[in-house]
Design a protein. Structure first.
Length: 192
């Protein structure tokens, strides 16, 4: 089960920001960005996992937010399952058949601004060597000067649902749900 998008997620400030002459570059704050994934296990429980410490960048065009872009990547090995045996099973041939250094990536292809602080971010999620379009329902939480770093900062949340079978990791479906819910929360800082 994984998460993409991860990612994917940020659509930095692509909502409401003061007009600027040129697009601005932002980078993810890896220490305050994560993707939480969850799925139903045999109808008995909801199981959770997380990706954290990933990398990404955003180009934000405040004059035309729909022209902004986001790119995120994380190594599969950064997945946290809360149980070592589960992580090992996910890396086995039953699921990823992976060493762990493989990358999960999300790259936006379009942004549809839906409100003052909301947007739908469509992008290509690459997971397990398969690339599929995913739509993130994104919300700008806050944008402004970071009180400690004293530079422009923004925070976003996003959600999406993917089918793990779309990425060739559908073992045990439908008993273990094919649908994986993603909750993404990220912070990004203006690039130097």
């Amino acid at each position: 089960m994984k998460s993409n998008v991860v990612a994917g997620l940020v659509a930095l400030g692509l909502f409401a920001a003061p007009a600027l002459a040129a697009p601005e570059a932002y980078v993810l704050d890896a220490s305050h960005s994560q993707v939480v994934f969850s799925y139903n296990h045999l109808g008995y429980s909801t199981t959770y996992g997380m990706f954290s410490g990933f990398e990404g960048d955003v180009t934000f065009d405040s004059e035309d937010p729909a022209a902004s872009s986001v790119n995120v990547s994380m190594p599969l090995s950064s997945m946290i399952t809360g149980w070592e045996e589960r992580f090992g099973h996910f890396m086995s041939p039953d699921f990823f058949g992976a060493k762990g250094d493989e990358l999960v990536t999300f790259s936006s292809t379009s942004i549809e601004v839906t409100g003052e602080n909301t947007a739908l971010i469509t992008g290509d999620l690459t997971l397990n060597g398969v690339t599929k379009a995913v739509v993130l329902n994104a919300k700008l939480n806050q944008a402004g000067t970071h009180p400690m770093a004293q530079k422009p900062w923004a925070g976003f949340d996003a959600t999406a649902t993917i089918l793990r079978s779309d990425f060739n990791v559908g073992a045990f479906a439908p008993y273990v749900s094919d649908e994986v819910a993603l909750q993404i929360s990220i912070e990004a800082m203006k690039a130097e």
